[in-house]
Design a protein around this ligand. Structure first.
Ligand SMILES: N[C@@H](CCC(=O)N[C@@H](CS)C(=O)NCC(=O)O)C(=O)O
Length: 217
């Protein structure tokens, strides 16, 4: 294999890894993927912990420089790679808004997404806790209402084209809509925006892949 400066550590079915794969695909970048985490393990290896002391995926290695935390990796790629500025414009006002959405995605949306994923996908059907699932689904969709309000009549969360804001927030939507069991409320704006994301080739080949193998039975 030819030498590749960019290495992505993380299993291809982790949503946080897929988010980085999505941007790498949008930017048409070559990289080497080293599957870690889940059944691949390796997160407690000293060499891995030297790159990410938190022992989680994803980790991006650019030459000998390691970056961890998926949103930090998105920003790193957008500021170092050709074509990245379109996803993370230098204008401080736009950048501030994009950062706010990225924080909202990980700080507010992600905990309920994890509850839903663990409660539905990682729990055998007979052991699922309907009440816990319903509470997380209600909270997640309450926050999606905010996303719908931000979208208004626009196509994208910030400005007139796709940015890191859409990637960070949109990362959860394919799986959210694909989850069985949970009761979903109609949210036209968010659904329209999600469909816009799903049509992107870079999304289809990274985030939009079947995750049925992850269900516990
Ligand atoms: N806030 C971190 C979360 C990282 C995280 O929790 N990663 C999960 C995968 S989605 C992980 O490493 N799980 C352990 C494993 O895959 O074995 C980020 O955005 O990168």
């Amino acid at each position: 294999m030819a030498f590749m400066a960019l290495k992505l550590f993380g299993r291809k079915d982790s949503v946080n890894v897929q988010k980085v794969m999505w941007l790498l695909a949008e930017l048409n970048l070559d990289y080497e993927q080293i599957e870690k985490g889940g059944k691949f393990g390796g997160l407690d290896e000293p060499a891995f912990l030297a790159m990410n002391p938190a022992g989680r995926v994803p980790v991006l290695l650019d030459g000998d420089h390691a970056v961890f935390e998926s949103n930090a990796i998105l920003r790193y790629l957008a500021t170092t790679q050709l074509g990245g500025e379109a996803f993370y414009p230098a204008d401080p006002a736009l950048r501030g808004m994009i950062d706010a959405h990225m924080d909202f995605a990980l700080g507010t949306l992600y905990p309920d997404f994890v509850s839903l994923f663990m409660g539905v996908v990682k729990t055998a059907p007979t052991k699922r806790n309907a009440k816990t699932i319903a509470i997380a689904a209600r909270r997640f969709q309450g926050n999606m209402l905010t996303v719908g309000q931000i979208l208004g009549d626009g196509n994208w969360l910030v400005g007139n084209s796709i940015t890191l804001a859409d990637i960070a927030v949109g990362a959860f939507m394919f799986r959210f809509y694909a989850l069985p069991v949970i009761k979903r409320h109609k949210q036209a704006r968010v659904e329209g925006w999600t469909n816009r994301l799903l049509k992107r080739e870079a999304h289809k080949t990274t985030m939009g892949v079947n995750f049925s193998h992850m269900f516990v039975d």
